[in-house]
Design a protein around this ligand. Structure first.
Ligand SMILES: [Zn+2]
Length: 216
């Protein structure tokens, strides 16, 4: 049975690398995929991983009907055996419904990859819809680590080096606030709650009451 699978994790947990690996394994068996992405770090129409691999992809902007796109590919005589979606958290809820329709009406597997929560610890709308609709949820095995060594479960945003917990869910660089000023870091929940990034932990290492250290 074809499935809608949501592979989720924090930033830096190897999602895009796994997406590329799935595409590679299926290509090797003669299967052809449609790869959608949105706002990949390598630019429009690319799926890239932090390990340096990159492949061509279809940019899925707001308002694009993903189901209609795949149907159009097939009716033009194109081959499509499965669908991969990277950065799925950025998709609109309606686009996630279109992915479910691809699975149910076109009998194709759809593998979606994304971050579940944003820097405010709130679900991205696309991820929320995936959790609601997916046949299967997979948490990625390649776990990112907080600077303390614990499993990193939360995404932090920094602006000019300071951790923030308010602001737009998705930031596109503009004149007033260039994107390069904004950084991201993965943290464990404890350090996300304490707003303790790796830089803050170094700066605050003189105040042990902020970060209790068990000494035995
Ligand atoms: Zn930590």
């Amino acid at each position: 049975m074809p499935e809608l699978v949501f592979f989720s994790g924090t930033m830096d947990c190897g999602k895009s690398t796994l997406a590329l690996q799935i595409a590679h394994n299926r290509d090797a068996r003669g299967l052809q995929g449609v790869i959608f992405t949105r706002d990949d770090r390598a630019g429009e129409g690319k799926l890239s991983s932090r390990l340096g691999l990159v492949t061509e992809a279809v940019e899925a902007p707001e308002g694009m009907d993903l189901y209609a796109y795949v149907v159009a590919q097939l009716s033009k005589g194109g081959k499509a055996d499965y669908v991969i979606v990277d950065e799925a958290q950025f998709l609109e809820p309606d686009q996630i419904d279109q992915l479910a329709r691809i699975v149910d009406d076109l009998d194709m597997d759809v593998f979606a990859f994304g971050i579940t929560t944003d820097f405010r610890t709130k679900l991205f709308p696309g991820s929320q819809r995936l959790i609601e609709l997916a046949d299967r949820l997979e948490q990625l095995q390649v776990e990112a680590l907080c600077w303390c060594g614990a499993r990193a479960t939360h995404n932090a945003r920094t602006v000019g080096g300071e951790m923030v917990v308010e602001g737009a869910q998705v930031v596109v660089g503009d004149v007033n606030r260039p994107a390069e000023e904004i950084g991201y870091e993965v943290l464990c929940r404890r350090h996300h709650r304490r707003r303790m990034t790796s830089a803050a932990s170094r700066a605050g290492s003189l105040s042990p009451d902020v970060l209790p250290v068990a000494s035995s």
